[in-house]
Design a binder for this molecule. Structure first.
Ligand code: TYD
Ligand code: MG
Length: 403
């Protein structure tokens, strides 16, 4: 009886504005995703940008944050309407120079060299942009916040003000945040829980490609990556990252193993490199670069105890070529094979690829998405596969691989 009463009230739409509404009647028309014009980047976002969302784009200086955002801005301006690009770090002329270099028309991009965020939001209130870009959060400040620009308080207050504006007006906002390589400047990190989506540039910024990874995404899955090459006319998406990651591989070096990994939702081939050398003095060094340090220690222990490799008197370096960070246990077997290969100074077969998790007794455990890993390996010509299906334990796999 009471339920019917409630229902009829809701259905009559006489409920006061702003009150609770039935989930099924929430108006979603304003939240249709928009394409940034970069297909792979759209995928990292979870299928395009959601209106009213706030996205943090972090990375070290020189990573390509401003370049990426200007490219996106041009597309979003064309597709959705005005974009305000707040350039706190550069003059409007510098941004225009970059746009010229990128061959962007930029008619609907409103460049705004203003660091007072109150001014920015007041202007935005009148213009009604569909997209707002703050480049960077470290340079903007609010007069009512008593700290200096770039301070923790200012960064948080500014992000909150931008969030509020975004949600209320349904404007998609991108916030740039600088992070140093080791994450030393904690600024952007404290924004991670505030914003909807966090993307970071990762990998080797000196090389000519860039990896953008989703660390948090309220509208998509995390760990999704897209790969760009940085060229004279801006960032270009790389359709097949596996080819790029393996492009530096020549011949059959010892200490190298191709791993069929899964990054985000896609299979990617990467090269694990290991270098094992006698320790000249003191405790042996174990150095992991883009590989999990604790996993490396575990793998070394397994190789010592279960395979009998005398690594106790050797330094071990393990790294992922190309700078993609790999944290999945499925890389264990590849890391183990690379170390064994370097230790014995024998290369793996040229067409070898591996995946599988190592257990403490040396067993190779199965991992997710086997079929997709194998398909990606085969696609690129890797046919000698070391997988949990083929080998039960790591000692066997090593004997077969280095025979
Ligand atoms: P930038 O986007 O300014 O980096 P961030 O905003 O993250 O600090 O540019 C990064 C580097 O890329 C810069 O050193 C110059 C280079 N670059 C190119 O190689 N090609 C280009 O088209 C552009 C615009 C920049
Ligand atoms: Mg910049």
């Amino acid at each position: 009886m009471r339920v019917t009463a409630v229902k009829s009230r809701v259905n009559s739409r006489a409920a006061p504005k702003g009150g609770p509404i039935p989930l099924s009647e929430v108006d979603r028309s304003a939240t249709a995703r928009a394409s940034t014009g970069l297909r792979e980047f759209d995928a990292v976002l979870g299928g395009g940008i959601v209106p009213g969302s706030v996205t943090l784009i972090g990375g070290p200086p020189g990573a390509g944050k401003s370049t990426l955002l200007l490219q996106i801005a041009a597309n979003l301006a064309r597709e959705r309407g005005p974009v305000i690009y707040v350039c706190g770090e550069e003059s409007a002329a510098q941004v225009q120079l970059r746009a010229e270099r990128l061959a962007l028309a930029g008619r609907d991009i409103l460049v705004y060299p203003e660091t007072n965020l109150r001014e920015v939001l007041d202007q935005a209130e009148q213009i009604g942009p569909r997209t707002l870009i703050l480049d960077s959060i470290q340079t903007v400040w609010l007069p009512e916040s008593e700290s200096y620009a770039g301070s923790v308080t200012q960064i948080r207050d500014c992000a909150q003000a931008a969030m509020e504006f975004s949600k209320r007006t349904n404007c998609a906002t991108f916030v740039v945040g600088h992070v140093t390589k080791d994450g030393a400047i904690a600024g952007p990190r404290l924004l991670e829980h505030l914003v909807d989506t966090v993307l970071y540039f990762e990998g080797d910024m000196n090389g000519d490609y860039r990896i953008v990874r989703a660390y948090k995404n309220r509208f998509g899955s995390i760990d999704e990556i897209c790969v760009f090459t940085m060229e004279a006319d801006g960032l270009h998406e790389v359709g097949n990252p596996s080819e790029l990651f393996l492009s530096g591989r020549h011949g059959r070096p010892s200490g190298s193993c191709v791993v069929a990994g899964i990054v985000g939702s896609r299979p990617v081939l990467i090269e694990i490199q290991a270098l094992v050398g006698e320790t000249s003095y003191g405790t042996p060094r174990r150095l992991a670069n883009n590989v999990d340090q604790a996993r490396l220690a575990m793998i070394i222990a397994v190789l010592e105890r279960r395979v009998g490799l005398q690594l106790g008197s050797h330094d071990v370096y393990a790294s992922v070529a190309g700078g993609l960070r790999v944290s999945e246990p499925a890389a264990d077997l590849g890391i183990a094979l690379a170390i064994a290969s370097s230790f014995r100074n024998r290369p793996l077969p040229a067409d070898a690829a591996a995946f599988g998790e190592l257990g403490l007794s040396g067993e190779i455990r199965s991992v997710t998405a086997s079929a997709r890993r194998i398909a990606e390996a085969n696609k690129l010509g890797y046919r000698t596969l070391f997988t949990p299906q083929n080998y039960a334990d790591v000692a066997q796999a090593i004997e077969a691989a280095l025979a």
